[in-house]
Design a protein around this ligand. Structure first.
Ligand code: LMR
Length: 334
């Protein structure tokens, strides 16, 4: 006689046999949720889409990358927590946003006028110093995979910003970096940390007077529509570390991880190839839009900004860590 227990066992065995016979279907895929805060049509947005395409191809469909742009899932601070908790698997936060995680070294990238151009920057990000910095994330349950470029920042407000004195008393939105806070303070501005997704509205309603960002971010968030003036100062750099949840990454089958590594190398190449031209195109589009008056600093004016901000390097050395600062300056030959 068939007891309830035998029936249950049989049902289980049938289900198992069925599941073994059926080829891998969508739900068997390894899902990588990749959350970010910018528009799809930016260097980071495009590189994330490129990674998605390559990762799926190089793992023969074993991996499904789901990209969530524009803070759809999480804002700046929340996405870091979500990564650590494993609610998402991959992020590419700006290097200016690692302080709250307890890794302050990345704020070295925010030092004003530290990189003369992309080539100088790459001496750090593509070399041993870059690797050393990414390794500092391991203790936080995070593995750093790569650096993706965005670009050099411009300043914007509703009043002209030609000399350091023009910043006096302006409320400016910043990312969470203490180095950025320090240089805004050095200019006499009143820095206000705010999530990226809230900046447009804050500018529009006058909660803040201005901000800084590379042109690609300013343009794709339409910030130029709510800023009367901008100065092409290139006073600082904004780029990203692509990071994954360490437990997730270490637990992947080796051949899957190899495919993802290959995809990341190529997506990184792509990101770092398009970033400069994307920013140039965004700047040209904003100039053409005519809603913002752009000012290009003369070499003398730029030197005056650099001089006003120079003390920030020394003042922030302890926060960044003397060793990290020396390593970065060493790589730059400074
Ligand atoms: C910002 O918050 O201004 C940027 O970090 C946004 C981004 O990810 O580029």
């Amino acid at each position: 006689m068939l007891t309830r227990r035998t029936l249950a066992t049989l049902a289980g065995a049938t289900a198992l046999a069925f599941s073994l016979a059926v080829p891998a279907v969508a739900q068997d895929k390894i899902i990588i949720k990749f959350s970010h805060v910018v528009a799809p049509d930016t260097p980071k947005g495009k590189a994330a889409a490129k990674f998605e395409e390559l990762a799926e191809a190089y793992t023969n469909g074993a991996v499904d990358v789901e990209v969530y742009p524009n803070s759809q899932l999480y804002k700046d601070k929340e996405e870091m927590e979500a990564l650590q908790l494993g609610a998402v698997q991959m992020l590419a936060p700006s290097l200016a946003k690692f302080g709250p995680l307890g890794v302050q070294d990345f704020e070295v990238f925010d030092l004003p006028f530290i990189f003369t151009d992309y080539d100088a920057l790459r001496k750090v990000t593509q070399g041993d110093v870059g690797k050393m910095l990414l390794a500092k994330l391991q203790d936080k349950g995070i593995t750093g995979l790569a650096y993706w470029d965005n670009g050099f920042k411009i300043m914007s407000a509703n009043s002209p910003l030609k000399t350091p004195d023009d910043f006096l008393g302006l409320k400016l939105r910043i990312q969470s970096s203490k180095v950025i806070e320090a240089y805004m303070n050095a200019l006499g501005a009143v820095p206000q940390v705010m999530a990226f997704s809230e900046v447009y509205q804050a500018l529009q309603t006058g909660v803040v007077d201005g901000t800084e960002n590379p042109p690609s971010n300013m343009y794709t968030q339409k910030m130029h529509e709510v800023q009367k003036h901008a100065t092409v100062s290139n006073h600082g750099y904004l780029g990203y570390a692509v990071i994954v949840n360490k437990t997730f990454w270490d637990g992947l089958p080796e051949e899957v991880r190899a495919g993802l590594d290959k995809a990341m190398v190529e997506a990184t190449d792509y990101a770092n190839t398009i970033a400069k031209e994307e920013n140039e195109a965004a700047l040209a589009a904003m100039r053409a839009a005519g809603t913002t008056e752009f000012y290009d600093l003369s070499p003398e004016e730029r030197a005056a900004w650099a001089e006003a901000l120079a003390p920030v390097h020394e003042a922030m050395a302890e926060r960044i860590g003397a060793e990290t600062l020396a390593a970065v300056k060493g790589a730059l030959g400074q």
